[in-house]
Design a protein around this ligand. Structure first.
Ligand SMILES: Nc1nc2c(ncn2[C@@H]2O[C@H](COP(=O)(O)OP(=O)(O)OP(=O)(O)O)[C@@H](O)[C@H]2O)c(=O)[nH]1
Ligand SMILES: [Mg+2]
Length: 238
């Protein structure tokens, strides 16, 4: 990346990273020009941070565990007008990031969500698809958005995103983003993005503990959102 772009990138790409040293070389080699990588090392016990640094990425350290903690630290470290979140497990190809950036850069959307289109049958296990489908139904009820997926790649304008003051620091972070975006009147849509098998061992959807934590975090957020909605309806009925 040329020095000008490095200081004034058009897009900052936040990669929350917990032990993804094996995926990082492929990932960072595929970042389009003008896009800057911010790898948020979430207490990795492998050499993720060093690998990322050696490959020229900005490395932010977030010792507090949790996807949301890592994602939020990246958002606060970003300086570009547009910020993208992308998993660091190579399930999403950075070359596809412009698919979500384009509608935000053109001003058509405030938040573009990558809807996962599996490239192989093994990319997205059936139980994970089903859980995601159930989540999408609840999300559609809680917002007016026609959403079918809550995938790992999304693009948004940085300053309004910081102003949402997201609080979740675990796996509810992507859901809270959509709920608060809805409260703030953002224009949100999905864009199709290819989804491939991750490099390395699954931490969330492939493990019972990860799945339970994700369901618990997301259910709590949806319950809070239903309570707010009910309170607003009662207020309007008065
Ligand atoms: N699970 C998990 N991921 C984290 C954490 N901190 C950072 N990450 C990164 O967040 C991204 C998403 O985590 P993944 O483990 O890929 O979660 P997932 O995509 O829901 O599920 P699998 O890919 O099936 O494990 C990856 O890049 C992780 O390295 C954390 O505390 N827990
Ligand atoms: Mg993943």
């Amino acid at each position: 990346m040329d020095p000008n772009t490095a200081q004034h990138p058009a897009v900052d790409v936040v990669f929350p990273c917990l032990n993804e040293a094996r995926a990082l070389p492929w990932l960072l080699s595929r970042l389009p020009d003008g896009y800057r990588a911010i790898v948020v090392d979430n207490g990795s016990t492998d050499d993720s941070a060093q690998v990322a640094r050696d490959l020229g990425a900005i490395v932010v350290s977030e010792p507090r565990r949790g996807f949301g903690a890592a994602a939020h630290a990246g958002l606060l470290a970003a300086t570009a007008p547009i910020v993208v979140f992308c998993d660091a497990d190579a399930s999403m190809d950075p070359r596809d990031i412009p698919l979500v950036v384009a509608p935000v850069a053109s001003g058509a959307l405030d938040l573009a969500l990558g809807r996962r289109r599996p490239t192989t049958s093994g990319a997205w296990p059936l139980h994970a698809r089903f859980a995601n489908f159930a989540l999408a139904i609840m999300l559609r009820r809680a917002t007016s958005y026609h959403l079918t997926d809550l995938g790992p790649m999304r693009a948004m304008l940085r300053e309004p995103a910081v102003a949402l003051h997201l609080r979740d620091r675990r796996s509810g972070y992507p859901l809270e983003l959509v709920l608060r975006a809805h409260d703030a009147g953002w224009r949100v849509r999905e864009v199709d993005t290819p989804y491939s098998p991750r490099i390395g061992r699954s931490k969330v959807t492939g493990t019972l503990r990860g799945t339970i934590t994700a369901i618990r975090d997301m259910s709590r957020l949806l319950a809070e959102s239903r309570q707010t909605l009910a309170a607003q309806e009662r207020e309007m009925a008065r």
